[in-house]
Design a protein around this ligand. Structure first.
Ligand code: BG6
Ligand code: MG
Length: 224
């Protein structure tokens, strides 16, 4: 993967200094929480009597909690009444939160804190654009809340990615039009959401697994 040079004013590797805002997905971009989501969903699947593999878990990245449960039930060929679905999602979340409460700085992905600091220092406005309703807890646990001018999370949106709502709200909260913002995403649904919102997207991950982004980094360390 191409290493981007950290030139003083080219924060994003586009050679374009018109970008004034950066909107970050959380899980898989700033923090390594996918493993905790996986363990909690797997435990739920086990209770419901089927196995849930890491490959199945790939389908849940970037997807809301309610939609994740639908996918999990589809994998297991299980159907639940609406009230049972709510209880199941809430049980899964309780287990997930237990992991979050035990997490420390080592869960931050490579370069995340350094790059956020670099953007702040350079006067770039920074927002979070995440599907997670646990975002405030994660930011607080990892001591990174202070980097953000705005936090738009799963509590603030009514439409899940690939709908652009979360990123459009992020740009609006930063006081910037979408074309002045770049989104960082590790999930297909997020890349699509950002493109639909009229923003540039930097894919964090392998290009072949994340088609549609404007450019790619293997981690934020590439941009530090
Ligand atoms: C996204 C994750 O960031 O948040 C998904 O990629 C997750 O896997 C979604 O389902 C919702 O998270 P939470 O914390 O509200 O259950
Ligand atoms: Mg993600």
């Amino acid at each position: 993967m191409q290493k981007m040079t950290a030139n003083e004013t080219d924060f994003f590797g586009f050679g374009d200094s018109s970008i004034k805002g950066a909107i970050f997905d959380l899980d898989g971009v700033l923090v390594d929480t996918a493993k905790y989501h996986y363990l909690a969903w797997k435990r739920l699947a086990g209770e419901l009597g089927f196995d849930f593999t890491e490959a199945d878990n790939e389908r849940l990245k970037g997807v809301s909690r309610a939609r994740s449960l639908e996918i999990l039930l589809e994998v297991g060929g299980v159907s639940l009444a609406e009230n049972e679905k709510e209880k199941a999602a809430s049980r899964k979340n309780d287990w997930y939160v237990e992991y979050l409460l035990a997490m420390d700085d080592s869960a931050l992905l490579s370069g995340a804190a350094d790059y956020l600091a670099r953007l702040r220092k350079g006067g770039i406005r920074v927002a979070l654009g995440s599907a997670s309703k646990n975002a405030p807890l994660i930011l607080e646990r990892l001591n990174i809340a202070g980097f953000f001018d705005a936090v738009i999370d799963g509590n603030a949106v009514s439409k899940a990615k690939p709908d652009p709502e979360v990123f459009l709200k992020g740009a609006e909260a930063l006081g910037l039009s979408p074309e002045l913002c770049v989104v960082f995403e590790d999930a297909l649904a997020g890349v699509e959401a950002a493109k639909r919102g009229g923003m540039k997207v930097i894919g964090v991950g392998k290009p072949e697994l994340l088609p549609g982004a404007d450019r790619y980094v293997s981690s934020l360390r590439d941009l530090c």
